[in-house]
Write a protein that binds this ligand. Structure first.
Ligand code: URP
Ligand code: ZN
Ligand code: ZN
Ligand code: ZN
Length: 510
C-alpha cells in the first residue's frame, strides 16, 4: 500500500471534517503528570482555540469541553525535530516523504513541529524559499525553515539579510562535504560565519572533510568495494572529527555560536566537548540513527537492506552509539534530531553498482520520540524532564521560539502529547506512516507509547488513528539573536581592548 504514487499515505490516515482551529476548540486533559524541561507536577491542562490557557490541579470546566483522561500518563510538549528533509531534491531524485506524509508520520510519533532545510534554487535563497513555501502548503503541523548555503557571492550575502529580516529564518547550514554539489571551501565558510554573526543568525555545519571523502571514495572503488559498506569505509570518523574541529576553530576565530548537525562519532563529539569546556558556544545535535544503531546493517547480504542505512556522515561502528548517548545524558550534546531524509527501495537501487550513487538518507521522524524514550529514559540515563528538554524545549530555545513552543505553560501553543510509560511500541514498515517501503528500525520494540497527539489544540492521533488536515500547519517565523548570542558583543569588545596595540603604531616619515 505504500507506493510513491500514494497521494496520501493510507496506513490508518483519516481526514477530519473540521476546518483548522475552529471545532473542538476546547479541551481539558485531566490528571496527568505535566512535564516541562524544568519541572513536573500532576495537573490538568486546559486548551482553548489552540492555546494552552491554564495548567493547574482540578480545573473546572463546562460540559461542552472535550475531556481526555491522562491519569498515570505523562503530558508533555510535542516533539520538535530540528533536522528534516521533506520533498528535497537530492542526488538526482527527491525524498519520498513530502510535507504531508512526513508530517503525518511525525504526528503519529508525537512530533508536532519540525525545522526543514530550504535548498536554494540555482544559488538563489529567495527562489529556494518560495519553492519551499509551495511545498509546505499541504502541511498538517507547524514548521520552520533553516536555509542551506551552497555557494557564496554578493547576492547570497544580500539574500541572507532578506531571509533573516523578512522571512523568519535564523539559521544557515554550510556543507563541508558533498564535493561538486553542496560543498563550500574554508574561505566561504569564514565569510558565511561572519555574515551569520552580523545578522544574529546561527551558523550550522555538516562537518565532514569533503575533499578527503572524495579521495576515500576513489580508494574504495579502486579496491573493488562498490557495495553500501564502501560508503562507511570511504568516510571514516576521523574525517568527521577533522571537519568538526575546523568548523569549531573558525567559529571561535569569528566569535559566533556554532551548531553541529548530525554528530555521528566520538571524534566529533569530543571536539564539541573540548570546545564547550573552554567556554565556546557550540551546540551538538546527535540524530536517532547515530544514537541507537551501528554500522552492521551496511554489511547485510541484501543490497536493499544494506542501502537503507546509507546516510552521511555514516552510522558508525558499535561504541559510537553508546558514547553519543552518554554525551547527550551529560549535556555535552544538547538535543536530538532525525535527519529524516527518505528514499524508497527503487531510489536506493540507483546505487546497486556503486555506493556513491545511493541517495543518502534514513527515516526517523515518526520513531524519534519512542526511540529516545526507550534508549535514554527506560535505560535510566536521563530523567523525564531531560527527555522533554532534548526532544522539544532546547530546540525551541536555540531557534528562539520558546515558550510559544517547547513548553506546557499558559500562553504556549497547544502542541501536546499524552505518553503512556507502561505501554509499548513496535516499529515496522508495514505499519509506519512514512511513504517509504523500508524502515531502518524494522522489528524494533520498546517501552512507552505516544497515545495521543494534539496539534494546535486538535486531537490528531488517538487509538492508533490519524486524523490530519492538510493545510492546517502554520509557518513559524524564527527571530534572530537567540540566547546563544548573549554576551557576544561584550566578548568582542573585550577582545578589541585586549589587542593593546594602538591602531597605527608606526608612521612613515617621508
Ligand atoms: O545523508 C544525509 N544526511 N542526507 C541528508 C542531507 C544531509 O547532509 O543532511
Ligand atoms: Zn501508503
Ligand atoms: Zn548534512
Ligand atoms: Zn540533513
Amino acid at each position: 500500500s505504500h507506493s510513491q504514487s500514494d497521494q496520501f499515505c493510507d496506513a490508518g490516515v483519516g481526514y477530519s471534517e473540521s476546518t483548522c482551529g475552529i471545532s473542538s476548540s476546547k479541551l481539558l486533559i485531566k490528571g496527568g503528570t505535566v512535564v516541562n524541561a524544568h519541572h513536573q507536577q500532576i495537573a490538568d491542562v486546559y486548551v482553548e482555540d489552540g492555546i494552552i490557557v491554564a495548567v493547574q490541579p482540578n480545573i473546572k470546566v463546562p460540559d461542552d469541553v472535550t475531556l481526555l483522561d491522562a491519569t498515570g500518563k505523562y503530558v508533555m510538549p510535542g516533539g520538535i525535530d530540528p533536522h528534516t528533509h521533506l520533498a528535497m531534491e537530492f542526488m538526482g531524485t527527491e525524498t519520498i516523504d513530502d510535507y504531508f506524509s512526513g508530517q503525518a508520520a511525525a504526528l503519529a510519533g508525537g512530533t508536532t513541529m519540525h525545522i526543514d532545510f530550504v535548498i536554494p534554487v540555482n544559488g538563489s535563497l529567495v527562489a529556494g524559499f518560495e519553492a519551499y513555501e509551495k511545498k509546505a502548503k499541504k502541511s498538517c503541523m507547524d514548521y520552520g525553515f533553516h536555509m542551506a548555503i551552497t555557494k557564496w557571492d554578493e547576492s547570497v550575502s544580500r539574500e541572507m539579510e532578506i531571509m533573516v529580516k523578512e522571512k523568519g529564518i535564523n539559521s544557515f547550514k554550510f556543507f563541508m562535504a558533498y564535493k561538486g554539489s553542496l560543498m563550500i571551501n574554508d574561505e566561504l565558510l569564514l565569510q558565511g560565519f561572519e555574515r551569520c554573526k552580523s545578522l544574529g543568525a546561527l551558523a550550522m555545519v555538516h562537518a565532514e572533510n569533503g575533499d578527503a571523502v572524495f579521495e576515500g571514495q576513489k580508494r574504495m572503488i579502486e579496491l573493488g568495494i562498490t557495495g553500501p559498506e564502501g560508503h562507511a569505509l570511504s568516510r571514516p570518523a576521523v574525517l568527521e572529527g577533522e571537519a568538526t574541529a575546523r568548523a569549531i576553530r573558525l567559529a571561535k576565530f569569528v566569535n559566533t555560536p556554532l551548531y553541529v548537525v548530525h554528530v555521528m562519532s566520538i571524534d566529533a563529539m569530543e571536539e564539541i566537548a573540548k570546545a564547550r569546556k573552554s567556554g565556546q558556544k557550540v551546540i551538538g545535535e546527535p540524530v536517532v540513527s547515530g544514537l541507537v544503531l551501528n554500522d552492521s546493517g551496511l554489511w547485510d547480504p541484501e543490497f536493499i537492506t544494506a542501502a537503507k542505512y546509507v546516510m552521511s556522515p555514516p552510522i558508525r561502528e558499535a561504541g559510537h552509539d553508546k558514547a553519543l548517548q552518554a554525551a547527550l545524558s551529560t549535556g555535552v550534546l544538547q538535543l536530538v534530531g532525525t535527519d529524516h531524509c527518505v528514499f524508497n527501495s527503487t531510489q536506493k537501487a540507483f546505487g546497486i553498482d556503486d555506493f556513491r550513487k545511493i541517495p543518502n538518507g534514513v527515516n526517523g521522524i515518526e520513531e524519534r520520540m519512542h526511540l529516545v524514550w526507550d534508549t535514554m529514559v527506560e535505560s535510566g540515563q536521563i530523567s523525564v524532564t531531560d527527555y522533554v528538554r532534548i526532544t522539544s524545549t532546547e530546540c525551541a530555545r536555540i531557534f528562539n521560539i520558546y515558550p510559544r513552543k517547547g513548553a506546557i505553560l499558559a500562553g504556549s501553543d497547544a502542541d501536546i502529547i499524552i505518553f503512556n510509560p507502561n505501554s509499548s511500541f513496535e516499529i515496522s514498515a508495514s505499519s509506519h506512516h512514512s511513504r517509504t517501503d523500508t524502515n531502518i528500525y524494522e522489528g524494533r520494540k520498546g517501552k512507552g507509547k505516544v497515545e495521543v497527539t494534539i496539534v494546535g489544540g486538535r486531537v490528531v492521533w488517538k487509538d492508533d488513528e490519524l486524523k490530519v488536515v492538510p493545510g492546517c500547519g502554520k509557518y513559524i517565523e524564527m527571530p534572530p539573536l537567540s540566547y546563544l548570542f548573549n554576551g557576544i558583543d561584550k566578548a568582542d569588545a573585550k577582545y578589541r581592548s585586549s589587542l593593546k596595540a594602538p591602531v597605527k603604531r608606526f608612521k612613515s616619515t617621508s
